[in-house]
Design a protein around this ligand. Structure first.
Ligand SMILES: *Cc1c(COP(=O)(O)O)cnc(C)c1O
Length: 811
């Protein structure tokens, strides 16, 4: 990378500012200064993009397209500067102009086009693909409104719209010239031409898909890949003008509104599927636009359609983009005139699929009526795929009709998206070892026996560039000073830090860095909530989506129990703690919203009770998102990863915390298992039921929450505190949580794991007393976190799923 000198930067920046605002930068507002800096950087990236594309077109290397309904990017300025190698020059240059880079960074709106882990994974993967010199691009939706903004009012969550584009977006470029038409509804007319059936899609409603491109810059390697997000617009041709001429003005407006609704807003549900027509429209909209534009680009550069699968890989992030499969078939059959067999060979060789959850409430299935009406031609193709698949099952499972119908793609008047994704792809991967084993042995075992070679594991990862180097500069400096800079390009070199974890001066230094990060977070907590917390207390963070399976309630019950104990025994010897919660509940998920109210209510009682508030504080930080995570994670001592075993497919915040030197308290679920394997028993706090025990209860029953409470008086009392007015005058305020435990028999085994959780928390306190010991554990966690870089994950995808070429050039 031709890094710029400070002098040149200042000159270019000043001139950019003048060009935009017609005055000198010293008179500008920070927002204008941010805009000017963003535009300057965006222009510099343009050159990198052009060079990258030229290279891709001439070398004809395989292009990977990552289709995802969500990309949770957060802010781009800081990370882009880091990857361009311009962070220092820019910071120093601005300083000479009396400008603080951090003040500008804060003007950037988080790009929050995702719910949580799944969307953030897509963002980490984009960063890793670009940084590893892999020709990998994103394809998604440019939602006008991202994930809602959360406010806490009277202890409750209130949702506001996330108007993230209000001030514009310096990183994107609208490409009207690359727009595509996506067709909805209408009929299919079949014509027989010389014995060949020709399909005409008629009377459809056209939607114009306009792409907005955002460059994704690799780490100091002159690569800029592309994230293409599609926006839905009315087609400006005869269609609406003809209604207009007929005086049917309202109809034209109605059409425009219904079209724009498609990319209006992100569905705020995580791990829960709602069969709304608009959602199916969104899915087909971006998939169709994406596949059409990929094929158009491929043919423009003289690609032979019969080699498509050798030159292109299409990856689908969960089942949301599964319509890639029938859409590619449609184009190959109807537009490229290939035979079914050729089209099927190309499609299945091209597509690969990642499964993200085994929870049945999250599995997508679309009513046949809705599907057929919205996508008549696509439905015909899915029917044909289903018929051929079922025929192949008949050969293997003679007379086993139950098995065949349970595996069918279309059954009971539903189209099952996961089945279509498995049948129409060449690779199905889970996201952590345990999750993949459960897919193979339980959830998808029939498919695994039928297609044993399709199934594989790719344990998730996180980009260490954003989650360590950018968000924790103090720790990064210590690492560079001790083990050198090689871990930046080769994160597993962090292992070299293990021997330093034994040294007392390093342990002290780790403690000092953590304290500084905690003081920063304490300031943020004070600004946002007014609550004053002690940076010397143990910072215990439980931050993620609010969901029953993530068991924020288990943490709540434990705090409620601790509160009772401190009241009864004021001299009880405990480590002072700050309990930090953050996370959004889906707007329609009552139990999760009730949990937020409980956390805030506990906070109000505990924080205002002078008998305990020197020892414990409970904080809920509103509007959790990528930027807030970047402040919380480097300041955390204890990382709460306490999902019901088998329910958290992988988790990724567990990895972010580990990399920043927090110790994990965890069930043996998802990637926690692999973290445990890395650091060993002594450097993690494991508790709770294992997967065998949980699956056994789920399959065979035998668990009684009422019995649990009868046996454990302390537990009974704590659960009773939910409905006795202790945390809210309205005794019914937390009735839904109480009922989920006691009436609905505690589906997520909160009470079952309670005692074991308390025990291990006592061990946490014991361990934290020895500050050096604790910091040594942190050092070992940091040292072993390298394999959780998404660079490792992406190398595995590239080598064993995508077959991408030119891997690791320049590295
Ligand atoms: C990493 C991340 C997540 C995923 O967290 P889990 O604890 O793995 O569920 C969710 N939201 C944001 C903003 C993140 O950065």
């Amino acid at each position: 990378m031709d890094t710029m000198s400070k002098k040149t930067f200042i000159k270019n920046y000043q001139s950019k500012y003048r060009e935009l605002y017609g005055e000198e930068v010293e008179f500008g507002s920070n927002q204008q200064r941010y805009e000017a800096l963003g535009s300057l950087i965006r222009e510099m990236i343009l050159k990198i993009s052009m060079d990258t594309n030229k290279r891709y077109n001439s070398t004809k290397e395989k292009q990977i397209y990552y289709f995802s309904m969500e990309f949770l990017l957060g802010r781009l300025l800081g990370d882009t500067l880091l990857n361009m190698g311009m962070l220092d020059v820019c910071r120093e240059g601005l300083k000479e102009l009396n400008i603080n880079l951090k003040d500008l960074e804060e003007w950037e709106q988080d790009q929050g086009l995702g719910n949580g882990g799944l969307g953030r994974l897509a963002a980490c993967f984009l960063d890793s693909m670009a940084s590893l010199n892999i020709a990998g691009h994103g394809c998604g939706i440019r939602y006008k409104y991202g994930f809602f903004e959360q406010k806490i009012i009277n202890r409750k969550q209130v949702e506001l719209s996330d108007n993230w584009l209000r001030e514009g977006n310096v990183w994107e470029k609208r490409r009207q010239d690359k727009a595509e038409i996506v067709k909805f509804g209408g009929d299919v007319k079949v014509e027989n031409v010389d014995g060949k059936l020709i399909f005409h899609h008629i009377n459809y409603e056209p939607v114009l898909a306009v792409p907005y491109d955002t460059p994704i810059v690799g780490y100091r390697n002159k690569v800029a890949n592309n994230l293409r997000l599609w926006s839905a617009e009315a087609v400006n041709n005869e269609f609406d003008y003809s209604s207009f001429r007929r005086g049917d003005f309202l109809k034209a407006i109605e059409y425009k509104n219904s079209v724009e609704l498609i990319s209006q807003v992100l569905y705020p549900e995580d791990s829960f599927y709602e069969g709304k027509m608009l959602r199916l429209k969104q899915e087909y909209f971006f998939v169709s636009a994406g596949v059409q534009s990929i094929i158009r680009h491929y043919k423009k550069h003289k690609g032979d359609i019969l080699d498509f699968d050798e030159k292109v890989a299409l990856h689908i992030n969960d089942t949301h983009p599964t319509l890639v499969i029938p859409e590619l078939m449609r184009i190959l059959l109807d537009e490229e005139n290939l035979s079914w067999e050729e089209a099927w060979r190309i499609t299945t060789n091209t597509v690969s699929y990642t499964n993200h959850t085994i929870m049945s409430e999250a599995l997508e299935k679309w009513p046949v009526d809705m599907f057929k009406k919205l996508l008549p031609r696509i439905y015909m193709i899915v029917e044909e795929i289903n018929e051929r698949f079922c025929k192949s099952l008949w050969g293997k499972y003679i007379g086993q009709w139950d098995k065949i119908s349970s595996m069918a793609i279309i059954a009971d008047e539903y189209v099952k998206m996961a089945h279509l994704a498995i049948v129409g792809s060449h690779s199905v991967n889970g996201v952590a070892k345990l999750h993949t084993e459960i897919l193979k042995k339980e959830e998808m075992k029939d498919f695994y026996y039928f297609y044993p070679n399709k199934f594989n594991n790719k344990t998730n990862g996180i980009t260490h560039r954003r989650w360590l180097i950018k968000s924790n500069p103090g720790l990064t400096n210590l690492l560079c000073d001790t083990i050198g800079e090689s871990f930046i390009k080769h994160p597993t070199d962090l292992l070299n830090f293990e021997k330093f974890a034994n040294k007392t001066d390093i342990q002290e230094e780790l403690g000092r860095i953590k304290l500084e990060n905690k003081m920063n977070l304490a300031k943020i907590i004070k600004n946002k909530t007014g609550i004053i917390v002690d940076p010397n207390s143990l910072f215990d963070a439980h931050v993620k989506r609010i969901h029953a399976y993530k068991r924020q309630t288990l943490n709540c019950l434990r705090i409620m129990d601790l509160y009772n104990q401190l009241i009864e025994n004021p001299n009880k010897d405990i480590i002072p703690r700050t309990f930090i919660f953050a996370g959004k509940a889906a707007p329609g998920y009552y139990l999760a919203k009730n949990t937020i109210e409980l956390i805030n209510s506990i906070g109000e009682v505990v924080n205002n009770d002078p008998r305990v508030n020197e020892k414990i504080k409970v904080v809920f930080l509103e509007n959790y998102g990528v930027s807030l995570a970047e402040d919380i994670i480097p300041a955390t001592d204890l990382s709460e990863q306490i999902s019901t075993t088998t329910k958290e497919a992988s988790g990724t915040s567990n990895m972010k915390f580990m990399m920043n030197g927090a110790i994990t308290i965890a069930t043996l679920d998802g990637a926690n298992i692999e973290i445990h394997d890395e650091v060993g028993d002594e450097n993690i706090f494991i508790f709770g039921m294992n997967s065998r025990e949980v699956l056994n209860y789920i399959e065979n029953g035998g668990y009684s929450a009422v019995e649990m409470c009868k046996e454990d008086k302390k537990l009974e009392r704590t659960v009773g505190d939910l409905i006795n007015g202790k945390y809210c005058q309205d005794k019914n305020a937390f009735k839904s949580i109480y009922d989920s435990l006691m009436i609905y028999n505690d589906e997520f085994f909160v009470l079952k794991d309670f005692e074991s959780y308390l025990d291990i928390q006592r061990k946490v306190d014991e361990t934290f007393k020895d500050a050096r010991m604790w910091q040594k554990m942190c050092g070992i966690n940091i040292a072993h976190s390298g394999i959780f870089s998404s660079d490792r994950t992406i190398k595995e995808y590239a080598a064993s799923i995508w077959g991408s070429t030119l891997l690791y050039k320049n590295l």
